[in-house]
Ligand binder design. Structure first.
Ligand SMILES: NC(=O)c1ccc[n+]([C@@H]2O[C@H](COP(=O)([O-])OP(=O)(O)OC[C@H]3O[C@@H](n4cnc5c(N)ncnc54)[C@H](OP(=O)(O)O)[C@@H]3O)[C@@H](O)[C@H]2O)c1
Length: 193
């Protein structure tokens, strides 16, 4: 059985793929956007070359990696029925690192990521319980989902790290609060110019 990892051609995903390959024995199912097998392998090597030598990469590719050429936004990742069933049948757990981060347009980044987010945060603030910070609440809400076992929060200072770590020891959120927070769900469609 394998770990299904998305985003392995990206910054975080490549780190995670390399760590899994170098320190663990699991097989990896990798979702890669590419038109051909050759392109997929080249894109993977481009991302992983910062972390390993080519012979190590080639060995992993031949023995432990299954590449699924697909796109998250397509139904069944754009895989045909046989490929999709091979993916599902061989996957034991999922590490989801793919994300659409538009670094090409500063204006779009600001509009989508900052202004839009601040507006949502303002609305959310009204539902933050007394004595709890917004990042605390957000992390606890994410971890309430039984499908989520790991999350990578931002951190700048030691006190941020300590606060993040304390969250996993904290009490569960009350179900009515979880319901209330669910109403803040934000379905976004990002247009990349
Ligand atoms: N970078 C950090 O320091 C950091 C820190 C904490 C959290 N995070 C979070 O970690 C996540 C990943 O960040 P990152 O810096 O690794 O981003 P990144 O370097 O831009 O990588 C994004 C990855 O997602 C893939 N992807 C995007 N859209 C896809 C789609 N429709 N179908 C399949 N794959 C798709 C990209 O594939 P392509 O190569 O095909 O584009 C790439 O592999 C984000 O949610 C980010 O907020 C990042």
């Amino acid at each position: 059985m394998a770990i299904f990892l998305t985003g392995s051609t990206g910054y975080i995903g490549a780190h995670i793929a390399a760590i899994l390959l170098q320190r663990h024995a699991d097989r990896l199912n990798l979702l890669v956007r590419a038109k051909t097998e050759r392109e997929a392998n080249e894109r993977l090597w481009h991302a992983l070359q910062l972390h390993m030598e080519f012979p190590e990469f080639r060995d992993a590719l031949e023995t432990r990696i299954s590449v699924f050429r697909g796109d998250l936004t397509d139904t069944r990742f754009g895989l045909d029925a046989a490929e999709y069933s091979r993916l599902v049948g061989s996957t034991e757990s999922v590490i989801h690192c793919a994300a659409s981060l538009n670094r090409k347009s500063e204006k779009s980044c600001l509009n989508v990521n900052l202004r839009g987010t601040l507006e949502r945060v303002e609305r959310l603030k009204a539902d933050v319980p007394a004595g709890m910070s917004l990042p605390d609440l957000a992390l606890r809400f994410i971890l309430e989902n039984p499908a989520v076992t790991t999350t990578i929060p931002g951190m700048r200072r030691v006190r941020n790290v300590e606060a993040n770590l304390a969250v996993s020891d904290a009490r569960r959120l009350a179900p009515p609060l979880v319901e209330l927070l669910r109403r803040h769900r934000w379905d976004r469609t990002t247009v990349i110019p």
